[in-house]
Design a protein around this ligand. Structure first.
Ligand code: GLN
Length: 554
């Protein structure tokens, strides 16, 4: 029998609900339970793959692809692109999470309507309640059963009070009635602003948000209060929140701004949240080594806090107006940094109005993933600058393709070389659509997605970094590198260092110039980086940056 922990959010978005949900799940993992996380997203997109990263942040890519089939014998939809919070879940829990764990309103309504067309509701008026709510409950219960989970944490996206999330709150209310109080708890994550003018933490927005939750028939069991400071800073605030939320003071948990997000499970532990959750759910820890698990995690957190070197990495890109667009890359750089005793400062550089000094003065460059032509010439220029000035370079997906374009233009004399994604009329289509993508017209979930084997070429930097012949990394692309241009013209040092199983898709490139790290990967190694186990290629890149900065030969 699986226990359910629902996490809702109040007051405003962007208060770290995903990190709070991941940290809550971690408390159960410390105690030896098999735990996973589901995220509900109230938007009507079937998955976030077609969303603009500037609006929604990064799109996370899972290892496996899920063929979502809303009705039996009906059309299947490939899903591997899911909400960015899954990156946090995987990094905190060190597990791969299946894409079926991301439930969107789009999926629920699509399924409801297709079922109606198929005649599954003959004779009935199809309604949000019970038809949509039943599908939501069914999805959640099925995951719990099929994966034989001890605990399933379910994060409900959006903010309580949003029209879109009402149907999900109603499903939670019904589920709570079905499974009973001992099998389900509700955590509400809210924000407590600090008023500089009066020097006080202000609880009123939280009071209102709890009232809204109560009006939906849901009484929270715990409040996690995100605030710029510890709640203890203001002695009266916890008592006030407790009184107005109908909760004992010990169920009001402080969630202050912190230097390292991985510290949050430990902050929760200090407030006994793990034990209190187990008490409420009638769970006895499955392991006696809980203290050891916590202390291992603390050692990891200490790596992030106790760095003694600093580097600045320039990240040219087209979605730099919000840093969430690159959240897994940011995390992968910091994971690698922590294990090398290094604090990584990231300088996001908007290439629509490129400031060349911003990249030239950095210690290394990571050229980012992306789609479409806006701001791309600036990204290509950055790749060129990196090669000219021998700035250690890691290109991810688009950043790999653009490295190749810059190389073809500068070193192979192919003026106007480009990707057909950017310039369909280019005289040299050095990056072009993959063959099996050419016939595809629909945009949602149709890229080459998920984990694929990558065959590493011997005697390359990449193969020495991974120290194996074959790895699995995650992909999300439609275009690929046409290495024929290089084969015909090349003696300037660019080599293919990895291909796919068919040998047709270039999976990585590198320059074989001595003492220079310049690598592009068609895959997104950031999706597999974990704070406990950073990505090998990110670590090698950062090591090269350190070697260059602190004078050791590469
Ligand atoms: N736009 C490129 C492609 O589709 C790169 C994609 C990416 O960076 N994820 O191939």
């Amino acid at each position: 029998m699986t226990k359910f922990v629902f996490v809702t959010g109040g007051v405003m978005s962007g208060i770290g609900k995903g990190i709070a949900a991941a940290s809550t799940a971690k408390l159960f993992q410390f105690r030896g339970f098999k735990v996973s996380i589901v995220k509900i997203d109230p938007y009507l997109n079937v998955d976030p793959g077609t969303l603009n990263p500037i609006e929604h942040g990064e799109c996370f890519v899972t290892e496996i692809v899920w063929n979502f089939q809303p009705v039996e014998n009906g059309e299947k939809f490939q899903i591997s692109e899911i909400d960015q919070d899954f990156g946090s879940y995987e990094r905190f829990l060190n597990v791969n999470i299946p894409p079926s764990h991301n439930i969107t309103s789009g999926q629920i309504y699509l399924q409801t309507i297709l079922k109606e067309r198929k005649g599954e509701y003959l004779g009935h008026t199809v309604q949000i309640i019970p038809h949509c709510t039943d599908i939501i409950k069914d999805r959640i219960k099925r995951i719990a059963q099929e994966e034989k989970l001890d605990v399933l944490v379910i994060e409900c996206g959006g903010t309580v009070g949003d029209i879109e999330s009402t149907v999900f709150l109603e499903a939670i209310r019904q589920l709570r009635l079905e499974v009973g109080r001992k099998d389900m708890v509700l955590i509400h994550v809210t924000y407590i602003p600090y008023s500089e003018a009066v020097g006080q933490l202000k609880s009123k927005p939280t009071q209102h948000s709890v009232k809204m939750l109560q009006a939906a028939g849901l009484q929270p069991d715990f409040l996690v209060c995100r605030a710029p400071v510890e709640l203890e800073t203001d002695p009266s605030v916890r008592a006030k929140i407790s009184l107005f939320s109908n909760l004992p003071p010990e169920a009001v948990i402080s969630n202050p701004d912190i230097q390292c997000i991985y510290d949050l499970p430990l902050i929760f532990e200090r407030q006994n949240l793990g034990d209190s959750l187990c008490f409420n759910l009638d769970l006895k820890p499955k392991t006696l080594s809980c203290i050891e698990c916590i202390s291992d995690w603390r050692k990891t957190v200490d790596l992030f806090k106790n760095t003694n070197k600093e580097v600045t990495i320039a990240m040219p890109g087209k979605y730099t107006s919000i840093t969430d667009s690159y959240v897994s890359i940011n995390a992968a750089l910091r994971d690698a940094g922590a294990h090398l005793g290094t604090k990584v400062h990231i300088r996001w550089v908007d290439t629509e109005y490129l400031d060349e000094n911003a990249v030239l003065s950095a210690d290394g460059m990571l050229n980012t993933p992306g789609f479409g032509s806006r701001a791309v010439e600036g990204m290509i220029r950055c790749a060129e600058l990196a090669m000219e000035h021998r700035i250690p370079y890691l290109g991810i997906c688009f950043g790999c393709q653009l490295l190749y374009i810059a190389y073809c233009r500068k070193f192979l004399g192919l003026e106007g070389a480009n990707s057909t994604e950017i310039d369909p009329k280019t005289p040299y289509a050095v990056v072009d659509k993959m063959d099996d993508q050419k016939a595809i017209k629909l945009m949602g979930g149709t890229m080459r997605l998920g984990g694929y084997p990558v065959i590493l070429k011997p005697n390359t930097r990449l193969s020495s970094v991974y120290a194996q012949g074959e790895i699995i990394e995650r992909f999300r692309h439609r275009y690929h590198i046409m290495d024929d241009f290089m084969k015909k013209n090349d003696d300037k040092g660019m080599v293919v260092s990895a291909v796919d199983k068919t040998g047709k898709i270039v999976n990585a490139l590198e320059l074989n110039w001595p003492n220079y790290f310049c690598v592009g990967t068609q895959f997104h190694a950031e999706f597999k980086s974990r704070p406990t186990n950073p990505s090998p290629i990110y670590t090698a890149f950062l090591q090269a940056v350190l070697d260059k900065k602190f004078g050791k030969p590469i």
